[in-house]
Design a binder for this molecule. Structure first.
Ligand SMILES: [Zn+2]
Length: 384
């Protein structure tokens, strides 16, 4: 059976009339910081003068070798439940810091049956207020079209551009958040093209890629080597609403973690609808954390793509002088893609051990591991 990227079912039951609750904040506190387009200087001091010193940017953040990318579709309310698990499940950054598992939430603007704004639709979707603390825990918001369908009581017909643009504007206004990735609604053609034209970095679907050559040609089992420098990347994803041990997610994660035939996969879901599904989801997450042996990142499509994009477009220069290697990362060659994760990792190759590392920009956090010579610089923008 062909399962489309995400097919919206008619709502089964309407939530009971809500008692007016206190409005939660929907936008992060503090000022809007500009995008980073400057130079980040990393100074590595060695124990003695090296005969050689070089810094390489690994394919995956934190020099991991595998990745699982995930999203909940249709602004699924159960993303809140999922984060109860994800926020307590970690991989490390290779430098002693825990990073919690995270994923994306693909949202619509308004419900096509009753016209209700999804971000205010209490008891049905994850509201703006519910999303904010999850964004702070690493969640991304993804474009899933203003209206999910071409038809219905409320719709934009076949106007992909309007659906992309209007949802982007709504989330910017109500959540202070700039979207950068797409999840194709149903199997509608034209969304990947519209998202690319709008400047997004990439999009996922089970089978709809328009003119783009998708990563994961025939299956969601994908290799990092297939990702060449890109402006927009379309990715084939898997999909599951079966959280039992028979769900598609198990074969994917088991194969990913037991061999080397592929490096990553992306998977979507409508959520975890009951206690049994929650148990199944939690078991799956626990199993990944156990089997991955801290060699995997579990994150949103955007976090994954932005690392790859920055890696390919940042201008790295290096200078060795006496016992010091200065690495300059010039972000001005990273064309504005409304980057959220400015993170980069570096692996230093040298015959001398590292004494200390410092950076010249306090907006980035720095972590390093003297034994593995891994250096991480991190900065996330969550308010526009
Ligand atoms: Zn959907």
């Amino acid at each position: 059976m062909l399962i489309f990227s995400c097919t919206k079912k008619i709502q089964q039951k309407l939530p009971k009339e809500e008692t007016k609750e206190k409005e939660e904040p929907a936008i992060p506190e503090g000022p809007v910081l500009p995008p980073f387009t400057g130079k980040l200087e990393i100074k590595v001091v060695f124990n003695g003068n090296p005969t050689s010193a070089d810094a390489l940017i690994p394919s995956l953040k934190y020099n991991k070798s595998k990745a699982i990318l995930m999203e909940f579709d249709d602004a699924a309310l159960t993303v809140v439940t999922a984060y109860e698990k994800l926020s307590k499940t970690f991989y490390t950054d290779g430098c002693g810091n825990n990073k919690n598992y995270s994923l994306g939430l693909a949202v619509n603007g308004k419900n096509q049956y009753n016209g209700k704004e999804m971000g205010l639709y209490t008891g049905y979707a994850a509201t703006y207020g519910q999303r904010l603390p999850l964004i702070l825990k690493g969640m991304d918001i993804m474009n899933h079209s203003y209206y999910h369908e071409e038809t219905g009581n409320f719709n934009n017909g076949k106007d992909r551009e309007k659906n992309i643009k209007d949802l982007d504007a709504l989330i910017l206004e109500k959540q202070g958040y700039k979207i950068n990735t797409l999840i194709v609604p149903s199997n509608y053609t034209g969304f990947q093209t519209a998202a690319a034209d709008f400047g997004y970095i990439g999009g996922g679907s089970q089978g709809t890629f328009d003119k783009f050559t998708q990563i994961g040609k025939y299956s969601p089992k994908a290799k990092l080597n297939d990702i060449k420098p890109f402006n927009y990347l379309a990715i084939r994803r898997a999909f599951t609403d079966d959280w039992s041990s028979g769900g598609a997610q198990w074969e994917l994660s088991n194969d990913l973690l037991s061999g080397n035939s592929f490096d990553f996969f992306e998977i979507g879901t409508h959520g975890i609808k009951d206690e049994e599904a929650v148990r199944g989801f939690n078991d799956w997450i626990d199993n990944i954390a156990l089997k991955s042996k801290d060699n995997l990142i579990f994150c949103s499509l955007r976090e994954f793509l932005e690392y790859a994009y920055i890696k390919d477009h940042v201008t790295k220069t290096q200078l060795v002088s006496a016992n010091t290697l200065v690495i300059t990362l010039d972000y001005s060659t990273v064309l504005n893609k409304n980057i959220s994760w400015y993170d980069l990792s570096l692996i230093v190759k040298s015959d001398k051990s590292i004494a200390s590392v410092s950076i010249n920009n306090p907006d980035f956090s720095l972590a390093y591991n003297k034994d593995t010579k891994l250096i991480n610089v991190n900065r996330r923008k969550i308010k526009w």
